[in-house]
Design a protein around this ligand. Structure first.
Ligand SMILES: [Zn+2]
Length: 108
């Protein structure tokens, strides 16, 4: 798997997605308030979050600082990983070490 340092434009799809999700959240709240539909309208957001995480799990990779292993997270792993800027706290699948690693962009 080939990876490279992320560029700022790599973040755009994620930013756009989050804007869309925010829009969906506002829409869902509006539907609830205006038309009194149940809070199930908020469920609209769940598939959106899932799609974002799935995209991230495919596009991003991480390099273990302990053993140098380059790996990707599963969609669920993306959801569970703690995010601080462009660093994430993830567990290496090879050596099992949990550490803060920089997000890398996978070259396809
Ligand atoms: Zn490792």
């Amino acid at each position: 798997m080939e990876v490279r340092e992320p560029r700022s434009q790599d973040w755009w799809p994620a930013v756009v997605w989050m804007a869309v999700l925010l829009g969906l959240a506002v829409l869902a709240v509006f539907l609830v308030v205006r038309f009194g539909v149940g809070p199930w309208a908020l469920l609209l957001i769940i598939p959106g979050v899932w799609l974002l995480m799935r995209w991230m799990s495919r596009a991003w990779a991480y390099r273990c600082p302990q053993c140098g292993e380059v790996f990707q997270l599963t969609t669920l792993g993306q959801l569970k990983a703690i995010n601080m800027g462009d660093e994430r706290n993830v567990r290496c699948p090879k050596c099992g070490q949990r550490s803060w690693v920089r997000t890398l962009r996978k070259v396809t």
